[in-house]
Design a binder for this molecule. Structure first.
Ligand code: FAD
Length: 459
């Protein structure tokens, strides 16, 4: 390792090869306070440097773990003492913005929020959006095929990437920086790297697809009496308006974020079984607002909602979203907390959550507790569980309760966060043997020495 670090220092300079305390100061994972245990952290600034790093690591059989913003939540960026972390924190350039073609070319270490802001400057939008926007990076978003709150309208990260560049395990650079929407010339190689969680290559640059920024945005939080009403409301809004987000909060979530923790003022009474944040976009400010209000009135008359609060300013809109996005409150209140990100057909959701609640109460009568919320429109639920004093060693029992029913229902153990190390042993519940075999073949073909993010994704 010492010899390798010397060679890496020659390429990057001493400031960009961190060891000892400088490594331990960094965290290993967003949810845990565990320090990073890697042998060293290297910080390339260009694809060329990264390519040289990987060529050396390949020769020395040195395993590496890529770090973006380290906001991932499935232990995908955890590195052990014999591994080298490659951090893309210096690769943050916006190389080109093409307002006519609607593309932005960036280095992969750029934070998502910087891309969103740069798009807004030319009256466009980059529609991937999630709570960790200030810290997570485009490379991490690509590697995890991130989802977020606007998937219902714009799709996941896979839909926002036109081209990308990646450094392979042996240091070769695959530059597939396509800028066109249509390009069927052979295999679409970028798709291999999107969602591969750093196990097939290190993403260094990307061509992102921008969308026109729509001038009007409507946002409301509504109280919903039943789960059926929630799904009918989703159907109604998506047929009648240009829906960009439909986030559902179970009472367990809303009550905790407001009355119980005191972290946020409750904009609606806390006794409703469900709540939703509904957001629409459009091109006609005046009429969009009228149509939005008319729809809420109709929903009220039909008994789909019992109460509503409309955001009349950006500040109010952010207040409503903070109730949904302030994960720190959940972590504090539920510690030790197990967090789950699953997807399942919408009609199966209510009974899945109710069954889980019942089973959790049976298994952990003292302190089993479930908090549920999620991107309802795309079948994605986030479930936060605490078992109180039963503590972390109970995780396996809770995982079985959460994951096992999903195979039968046709759901997935990971909707948008990926597999990492955390869900690796449950992959078989969401992918069949043949699928896992092909994944292993791809891994072997691209990374025969198993150097890229070892132990992640594949069992
Ligand atoms: P990291 O955490 O650094 O890495 C994640 C994985 O990608 C690791 O396996 C890492 O090795 C790999 N990786 C990182 N960069 C690269 C690269 N350049 N090339 C190859 N591999 C790489 N996720 C959602 O999908 N939707 C949400 O709504 C959402 N909300 C969140 C809210 C909060 C408050 C937090 C903390 C997280 C949330 N996440 C969400 C999870 C997380 O933000 C995303 O997974 C994000 O895409 C990770 O980006 P990152 O740069 O932090 O990646």
């Amino acid at each position: 390792m010492d010899q390798l670090l010397e060679s890496l220092t020659e390429i990057l300079g001493p400031d960009n090869v961190l060891t000892g305390e400088a490594v331990l100061e960094r965290s290993a994972d967003w949810f845990s306070s565990m320090p990073c245990e890697a042998a060293a952290i290297v910080r390339p600034a260009t694809t060329e440097q990264l390519s040289q790093i990987m060529a050396l690591c390949h020769k020395a059989r040195q395993p590496v773990v890529t770090h973006g913003g380290v906001t991932g939540v499935v232990h995908g960026a955890v590195a052990s003492a014999n591994e080298l972390v490659i951090s893309l924190e210096r690769m943050t350039a916006i190389e080109e913005v093409d307002a006519v073609g609607g593309t932005m070319t960036v280095q992969a270490g750029i934070p998502l929020q910087s891309v969103q802001e740069a798009a807004a400057e030319i009256d466009m939008q980059f529609p991937l959006d999630l709570g960790a926007r200030g810290s997570c990076t485009i490379g991490g978003n690509i590697a995890t095929n991130a989802g977020g709150v606007q998937v219902i309208r714009y799709g996941m990260m896979r839909q926002q990437v036109l081209g990308l560049e990646a450094v392979l395990a042996d240091g070769r650079v695959v530059s597939s920086m396509n800028r066109m929407l249509k390009n069927n010339a052979g295999y679409d190689l970028k798709q291999l790297f999107i969602g591969s969680e750093g196990t097939l290559g290190i993403v260094t640059r990307a061509v992102l697809r921008l969308q026109p920024r729509l001038p009007s945005e409507q946002c409301a939080m509504v109280a919903v009496p039943t789960f059926d009403a929630l799904t009918t409301l989703l159907d109604l809004t998506s047929r009648r308006l240009d829906l960009s987000a439909f986030e559902a909060l179970w009472n367990s979530h809303y009550r905790l974020m407001t009355e119980e923790s005191g972290a946020h003022r409750a904009p609606l009474p806390v006794d409703s079984p469900f709540y939703a944040i509904i957001e629409t976009q459009g091109v006609d400010r005046e009429h969009d607002a009228e149509r939005f209000q008319a729809l809420l009135e109709q929903a009220f008359e039909e008994g789909l909602i019992s109460d509503a609060v409309l955001a009349s300013s950006e500040a109010q809109r952010q207040e409503l979203w903070a109730i949904r996005e302030n994960i720190e409150v959940l972590i504090r209140a539920l510690d030790p907390m197990f967090s789950f990100d699953v997807s399942l057909p919408i009609p199966a959701m209510a009974s899945y959550v109710a069954d889980l609640e019942r089973q959790l109460a049976q298994a952990f009568p003292e302190a089993g507790r479930l908090v549920t919320f999620g991107h309802l429109g795309d079948g994605n639920l986030h479930i936060m569980v605490t078992v109180g004093d039963a503590g972390r060693e109970s995780r396996y029992a809770v995982e079985k309760l959460v994951y096992q029913p999903l195979a039968e229902i046709g759901g997935s153990i990971s909707a948008e966060h990926g597999i990492g190390m955390e869900k690796r042993d449950y992959l078989y519940l969401s992918r069949n043997e043949d699928e896992i075999e092909v994944m292993k073949m791809l891994k072997k073909a691209l990374d025969p020495k198993g150097l890229l993010n070892p132990g992640k994704v594949l069992p």
